[in-house]
Design a binder for this molecule. Structure first.
Ligand code: CA
Length: 236
């Protein structure tokens, strides 16, 4: 399941998009102006933003530029909506950092297809596709994890954490990034919570021989890797 923020001042359009997103299993929040959208993003980092260009006050375009300029929101997937159809406007939208662009009026089928495409590219942990990495296999639809021929017993938070790590392997994630992307809260949850759940996840993966895939990168955070360093066996 993914969190989608819809930023749209025309309530009929916001409603139409929200209904379709909820029907597809997404969790939706709606903002009708830039300031409110910023507050939503400060509170919980969404998996994707549908951003209308023309808003009262600050424009969606300015908002997209601001988000692209800040570390926390740099990778935030954005689909821009606009009534403008001119080619130059599409270019400005993409220059501002939008991942995709849709001109009103649009079909909800097309919007949903573009949302799936952007999520696949930028936030695959928000989709229900099976993920395989090394000996591990995670199925979001059945919430099952298998590894090394056995099934892994795993709690819901460890499941979300593993899902995120498996869809973003070989990269180091800070505790703050993990709180944002896995817990959806980077303000009120202590960073050591991450350590507690990483420990539990390693314990859960121990019986299938995969716990060493989760590396601690000192002073930075955690990484899931397939290139596990095996200590050489002492011949003596
Ligand atoms: Ca508008």
């Amino acid at each position: 399941m993914s969190r989608v923020l819809v930023v749209e001042d025309e309530s009929a359009i916001a409603e139409l998009i929200s209904i379709n997103l909820r029907h597809a299993g997404h969790e939706v929040s709606v903002a009708d102006r830039a300031e409110q959208a910023q507050q939503e993003v400060d509170r919980v980092l969404p998996d994707l933003v549908i951003l209308d260009w023309m808003l009262p006050g600050q424009s969606g375009l300015a908002l997209a530029k601001r988000w692209r300029g800040e570390a926390r929101t740099r990778e935030l997937p954005i689909i821009m909506l606009t009534a403008r159809a001119e080619e130059s406007d599409k270019v400005s939208g993409l220059d501002a950092g939008a991942d995709d662009y849709l001109t009103k009026p649009f079909s909800t089928h097309e919007l949903m297809a573009r949302i799936r495409a952007v999520l696949r590219r930028k936030a695959p942990e928000a989709l229900d596709s099976v993920v395989e990495l090394g000996a591990l296999r995670l199925d979001p639809a059945t919430r099952r994890v298998g590894g090394g021929g056995g099934e892994v017993k795993i709690g819901p938070t460890e499941f979300r954490l593993l899902h995120f790590l498996m869809t973003h392997p070989e990269r180091v994630h800070s505790r703050s990034q993990l709180l944002d992307r896995v817990w959806g809260d980077h303000v009120f949850i202590e960073e050591r919570t991450v350590d507690v759940h990483v420990k539990r996840l390693r314990e859960a993966l121990l019986p299938v021989g995969c716990s060493a895939m989760i590396e601690t990168v000192r002073g930075v955070g955690y990484r899931l890797t397939q290139q596990v360093l095996v200590a050489p066996v002492d011949p003596n």
